[in-house]
Design a binder for this molecule. Structure first.
Ligand code: ADP
Ligand code: MG
Length: 428
């Protein structure tokens, strides 16, 4: 029949500075470098190796030298583009490398870079490229991801940082090992601005300690990725991030308005360079549905891994008496509900204990690393071990069953829970 046609493999000859772009809609697509040199978002392709791209992948294979590629399968879109900003990205990468060399010589901090821009301009891809170029120069930069919705480090609703020591996988981007993650619990910064600012600051402190302990991380610097919300508090939080992470290079993708606002607001700090960087014409807009599906997939792969690297989560019961679960924040009373002259207190970062009940079913909890039983305020400024999903609640037996992530974090998580550890509840 007509429906099950299998496309013949195609060979593409790319000139210097061209890229082959494709988007995988259904069946996986394979790409192979058969001659010359090429890279995918800054990671060099191995000659002859067939790389497989799964549903949802939107990628470009770029060549600085010219190459021959072979494509197998039927992507939704496939075309060669000769206009790309890759030379500009490479030059930026080289300038950053110059700053790292200088930092190394003078025992100073390497460049702390923040990448900003509206949604779908290629911020995450650009960070990936810059990190790859740094690693290819034998640097070990820190990658901070402040994006709650489409973050690259862990499941949605959290922010974190990780040391990048190896180039990204061609197929699955960076292998994230031992990230430092802070719990937020919402998908947009506006939901709890006090909390967002506090955890950004705490994350920045951890990053600073890492640099203090390991000079080569300090010289390598930081790349901070941000969310695409660049107005109102979204914009304010970019300014706050610039301060917390001691940013000295701000790279604004695509949007002139954001660029000029940042230039204006950072004028008093001449040490901070703000540059406008063009976006790639290959960047693909993603629909609301696609984003939400990506978030679900992030959660699924946290617990179950990927086809290439599956994980096997298991379930265990914890009696209600053995843990405390909290929610961060309770609604502030409007001043109009209070006696005249009284102001309501800010409860948005207070830990509120919650009674285990069927309401926690199918929720994901963060396990706090905080060990202080007395000082609950410390919990939000402490990073988390990982996540568990509540799969059953038995009110009669007073136990809850959790599905747990099955790799190295587990013993700690579990010990922490058995010691009566804290669990932080995401919002419903
Ligand atoms: P942002 O972080 O600004 O929202 P992303 O970096 O996530 O944007 O890019 C959006 C989508 O576009 C991603 O799926 C990414 O893989 C894809 N993309 C980025 N650059 C290119 C390119 N040059 N060719 C094809 N697809 C690209
Ligand atoms: Mg992004």
């Amino acid at each position: 029949g007509e429906s099950a046609e299998i496309a013949e493999p195609r060979t593409y000859s790319l000139e210097k500075g061209e890229e082959l772009r494709f988007e995988v809609e259904n069946e996986s697509v394979q790409c192979q470098l058969i001659e010359g040199k090429a890279e995918l978002f800054g990671t060099e392709l191995r000659l002859e190796q067939k790389y497989t791209f799964q549903k949802g992948a939107k990628v470009a294979v770029f060549t600085f030298h010219g190459c021959k590629l072979k494509l197998y399968g039927t992507p939704e879109v496939e075309y060669v583009a000769s206009e790309t900003p890759m030379t500009i990205y490479l030059n930026l990468g080289n300038s950053l490398e110059g700053l790292r060399e200088a930092a190394c010589k003078e025992d100073k901090h390497g460049p702390n870079v923040l990448v900003a821009g509206p949604t779908d301009v290629g911020k995450t891809t650009f960070c990936r490229i810059l990190l790859n170029y740094a690693v290819r120069n034998d640097r070990i930069p820190i990658y901070v991801d402040l994006d709650l919705g489409q973050g690259s480090l862990t499941i949605p609703g959290n922010i974190g940082a990780v040391v990048i020591e190896k180039p990204a996988d061609v197929e699955d981007s960076f292998q994230i090992t031992a990230p430092v993650v802070f719990h937020y619990g919402h998908l947009t910064q506006s939901k709890n601005t006090s909390l967002y600012n506090i955890i950004m600051k705490s994350l920045a402190e951890v990053v600073d300690r890492k640099k203090h302990n390991e000079p080569s991380i300090k010289y390598s610097g930081t790349i901070v990725n941000t969310s695409g919300w660049v107005q109102a508090y979204g914009y304010q939080s970019i300014l706050q991030a610039i301060e917390h992470f001691a940013i000295n290079v701000v790279l604004v993708l695509d949007q002139e308005r954001l660029y000029s606002e940042l230039v204006r607001d950072l004028k008093s700090k001449p040490a901070i360079k703000v540059l406008l960087v063009p976006k790639s014409g290959g960047v693909v807009s993603r629909s609301r549905e696609f984003r939400s599906e990506m978030r679900d997939q992030k959660i699924r792969s946290y617990f179950y891994g990927t086809t290439a690297k599956p994980l096997y989560p298991y379930s265990f019961d914890i009696p209600f008496a053995q843990f405390t679960a909290y929610k961060i924040g309770s609604p502030n009373l409007p001043d109009s509900c209070l006696p005249i002259g009284m102001k309501s207190t800010d409860n948005s970062t207070k830990l509120m204990p919650i009674q285990p009940s069927s309401s926690i079913l199918n929720h994901i909890f963060s396990i706090s690393c905080s060990s202080s039983e007395q000082d609950l305020d410390k919990v939000i400024t402490t990073n988390i071990y990982g996540f568990i999903a509540v799969t059953q609640v038995n009110v009669d037996r007073q136990v809850a069953t959790y599905k747990c992530y099955s790799v190295s974090m587990l013993p700690d998580e579990r010990q922490n829970l058995e010691k009566g550890g804290k669990i932080i509840m995401p919002p419903s």
